[in-house]
Write a protein that binds this ligand. Structure first.
Ligand code: EPZ
Length: 408
């Protein structure tokens, strides 16, 4: 267990560079299980979830070496073992073991997968897709002797189900068409990586077409993390600072930047750096939607800003119950109410306090409150934030924050 001690109230300014996207890196790491070769992944973020994903690959016999900003993953000689349940239950991305292991080994137990527990996180669409591709249940495991092409129609956009269907279909015998797929940037980066491994995958709008192939090693550079970029922009605005966010994936952030602008922020970007300021904030309502809509992962980071400005409303149509984090913001004075899938955030006096990180993005929202509030604050379960924000302490200190992360 770790805690962050914050001496807040400072106007943060300076430059930070966005790291590789957690949600793009994780599908790529598990996709290496499909390949019989050596893959080179650049810009892999050094965060908790990635470390756990790499450990799961090593348990199958993958050889992993870091050379500067490159990670070489050798999956030429893998043998099946039951995945370590203690690792699996720590991250949501361990669901990708299902598609990857069915493809490589023909079996995978359906385990209790981890991840932020702000909602029930069903995998019915994953399982339906596997069945369409030739898998069946054998006790508590999925087995698939010879995956074959199929037509898969998702009833709603699901990042995880899309990733898993692509992972099994990529090496299946024949053609697969997936309709109703998720179209987040990290889906396209997975497709690019698999195609660099010899796969034959195309996406047009919400339809993915796959012609199964056997795969060799490939290479990719992980795209920048749009949620990290949005988190630091919210922090800069919250402290009335001047943080320049380099390497922001601006093209992926249209809906996010529109939301900041509607809140009253003046958003600027020049020579690849993103920055902003707020002179006169506005009451603002935002509704989340699958990409290219406003990302659900950024809604917790807007709540402190709404409270600090003139209040606002957040409706989450992706995770209707994703408002538990508001109880972690109330020690900092954030006043809110929740009704069904909508939260009302009231204009509030932000003050220092003691809280904990309930999940990854809610934990970062609590840290933003602590950094904005005058005086000393503490946030427990800080390891939850380190799961998804690379170099958090270094980046914040570079911006003038007075923080310490302590092991308990
Ligand atoms: C991914 O989760 C992300 N996690 C989440 O980010 C993100 O919030 C989410 O996509 C939506 O963008 C990773 O990439 C590791 P979904 P995932 O399947 O794949 C329903 C973060 O903070 N659904 O797209 O689990 C589901 O209940 C994390 O980085 C089914 O009903 O999300 C939800 O309402 C938090 N049945 C909706 O679809 C299924 O079989 C979208 O979920 C699968 C999903």
């Amino acid at each position: 267990m770790k805690k962050i001690i914050v001496n807040g109230g400072k106007r943060l300014s300076g430059e930070i560079s966005v790291s590789g996207s957690k949600n793009a890196a994780l599908p790529i790491i598990f996709a290496c299980i499909l390949t019989k070769g050596i893959s080179e992944i650049e810009n892999l973020p050094d965060i908790g979830d990635v470390k756990i994903a790499l450990s799961l690959l090593e348990s199958f016999g993958a050889l992993i070496e870091r050379e500067g900003n490159k990670t070489m993953i050798d999956t030429r000689r893998l043998r099946y073992v039951d995945p370590d349940v203690d690792l699996v239950k720590k991250i949501r991305a361990s669901t990708y073991l299902l598609g990857a292991c069915l493809s490589r080994f023909g079996r995978c137990p359906v385990m209790s997968f981890g991840g932020c527990n702000f909602s029930l996180r069903p995998i019915d669409m994953h399982i339906d897709a596997f069945m369409k591709l030739g898998a069946r249940m054998d006790g508590d495991a999925l087995v698939c002797d010879s995956p074959h092409g199929s037509v898969i129609e998702f009833r709603k956009a699901s990042v995880g189900a899309t990733v898993n269907a692509v992972l099994l279909a990529a090496t299946a015998d024949g053609e697969t068409v997936i309709s109703g797929c998720a179209v987040e940037p990290h889906i396209d980066s997975l497709i690019s990586f698999l195609n660099s491994c010899g796969a034959s995958i195309t996406r047009h709008d919400r339809e993915i077409r796959i012609s199964g192939r056997s795969l060799h090693g490939g290479s990719i550079s992980v795209i920048g993390d749009m949620i990290e970029a949005g988190s630091y922009l919210a922090l800069s605005l919250m402290t009335d600072g001047n943080v320049r966010i380099l390497k922001s994936p601006l093209f992926d952030m249209k809906a996010s930047l529109d939301a900041f602008s509607s809140l009253g922020a003046k958003i600027c970007f020049s020579d690849g750096s993103l920055y902003g300021s707020i002179d006169d904030g506005r009451y603002f309502s935002v509704t989340t939607a699958p990409y290219p809509g406003f990302p659900t992962d950024l809604q917790p980071l807007l709540a402190p800003l709404m409270a600090h400005q003139r209040g606002g409303e957040i409706t989450d149509n992706v995770w209707p119950t994703r408002f538990g984090y508001l109880s972690s913001l109330s020690p900092f004075g954030v006043k809110s109410t929740v009704n069904d899938n909508r939260a009302l955030i009231f204009k509030s006096e932000i003050r220092n306090g003691i809280s904990s990180a309930p999940d990854l993005r809610g934990g970062m929202a609590a840290l933003i409150c602590a950094l904005a509030a005058e005086g000393q604050s503490e946030i427990y379960s800080a390891e939850t934030i380190l799961r998804g924000y690379e170099g958090l302490e270094e980046k914040l200190c570079a911006l003038g924050a007075d923080i310490k992360i302590k092991k308990l």
